[in-house]
Design a protein around this ligand. Structure first.
Ligand code: F6P
Length: 412
């Protein structure tokens, strides 16, 4: 008997369900009996919120819809497992549920915080000599996981961001008076996603005027002066700024305006309001029309513009996770390795979870221009293959069709 269990954790993406499908189909193909899903990740497992995925994924249409449905089908959580020492009861509870379900392998689709869960569970399994395998399947729009070339979810978010930036640039040029648009992009302390706005530039598009990544300290006075200079030269100015930019004293720019008091279990502050704050500074100083455009959740759930490369790689990472487990591996995360640029090709490998959990991979300084207001051609070339090709949504009644997990499918 080989039952497996899979969960989704952290912020969602447009392709996280392709990884879920990769785990589901590959586990079934390799002879797993029941593929369970944790509803709301490890938190749901502790609450015994578990679903038999075959009750919801009955045919090819369900699976095609799953691939095209954004966000985490099983629900997610931002839940940090406690230190093992002193909290053995929590681990005993998790392992007794897994043993009761006769679980052979446990898959967790998530980012660097979620890999902390795989690390702790595989460490505990080693302590008690449990045969259960624990495998991390990478996912995050932030693209900030160590070792892997990139993360599933990033390519589709980058595609949405670049396409939307092109549209914002066209819109900004419509009037005969100045408009300053500030686009705020997610990514926390890594600027990979913000850099994707640079892909907008081409023969049909002027491109963004300024790009600010969190890897460079943000200087508000220099920013205001730079926009003042641009206002003398151009009618429409479009600026991309990461939600995670910080001033010299270490505070996030968004903390300068709003009182940010929401902090998640991993100690991350909710970042929002950077664009509004900076647009306000420009309006105050120059009296021009400004727009603050927070891409917010739109950039991570835009399944109508999924990158086909991203969908395929997300599926492959799920499948590679199952292969690794069935080959006896545990305490590892699937990674992507770029083996060819032209044609672009990535293969999957595995890496020790201890090298990935809780580590943030930042944009290298050499991929940011010296003045810190743009990215280099090298960074654009790195991102470009990841946004290639499309998947057509299943349009029903003029809208993309999705699949939902019905609460009644939960078993206790
Ligand atoms: O971790 C991915 C991410 O999308 C970050 O870019 C962003 O800062 C964060 O999640 C937002 O998380 P939440 O959905 O918990 O507000």
């Amino acid at each position: 008997m080989k039952n497996v269990i899979v969960g989704q954790s952290g912020g969602p993406t447009a392709v996280i369900n392709s990884s879920l499908l990769g785990v589901y189909k590959t586990a079934r193909d390799r002879g797993a009996d029941i593929v369970y899903g944790m509803v709301h990740g490890i938190k749901g497992l502790l609450d015994r919120e578990i679903v038999d995925l075959s009750t919801r994924l009955k045919n090819d249409l369900d699976m095609d819809l799953l691939k095209r449905t954004p966000s985490s089908f099983l629900g997610s959580c931002r839940y940090k497992l406690p230190e093992i020492k002193g909290n053995e009861k929590t681990y005993e509870k998790i392992f007794s549920i897994l043993e009761e379900l006769e679980i052979y392998a446990f898959f967790y689709i998530g980012g660097n915080d979620s890999m902390d869960t795989i690390m702790r569970l595989s460490d505990y399994a080693a302590i008690i000599d449990s045969p259960i395998k624990f495998i991390g399947v990478p996912k995050t729009i932030d693209n900030d996981l160590a070792i892997t070339d990139h993360t599933p979810g990033f390519g589709s978010a980058a595609k949405y961001i670049a396409a939307t930036t092109k549209e914002i640039i066209r819109d900004g040029l419509v009037y005969d008076y100045p408009v300053v648009s500030v686009i705020e992009v997610m990514g926390r302390n890594a600027g990979w996603l913000t850099a994707a706005t640079a892909l907008a530039k081409g023969e049909d598009c002027e491109g963004v005027d300024l790009v600010y990544l969190p890897e460079v300290t943000f200087d508000i006075d220099a920013f205001v002066k730079r926009v003042g200079k641009l206002l003398k030269e151009e009618r429409s100015i479009v600026i991309a700024v990461s939600e995670g930019v910080k001033v010299a004293d270490g505070r996030y720019v968004c903390e300068l305006s709003d009182h940010v008091d929401y902090v998640d279990a991993f100690g991350h502050k909710q970042l929002a309001g950077t664009a509004r704050f900076l647009a306000g500074k420009i309006a105050e100083k120059y009296g021009v029309k400004t727009r603050a455009i927070e891409l917010s959740s739109l950039q991570r759930c835009a399944a109508h513009i999924q990158s086909r490369i991203d969908v395929t790689e997300a599926f492959n990472c799920g499948g590679a996770g199952v292969k690794a487990a069935f080959e006896g591996k545990s305490g590892v995360v699937i990674t992507l390795k770029r083996v060819s640029e032209n044609p672009y090709m990535c293969i999957t490998e595995v890496a020790d979870v201890h090298l990935i959990a809780n580590v943030e991979k930042k944009v290298p300084r050499e991929w940011i221009t010296d003045d810190g207001t743009d990215v280099t051609a090298g960074l654009v070339q790195y991102i470009m293959p990841l946004i290639q090709a499309e998947i057509t949504p299943l349009w029903i009644n003029g809208l993309p069709r999705h699949i939902r997990l019905h609460a009644k499918s939960t078993i206790k």
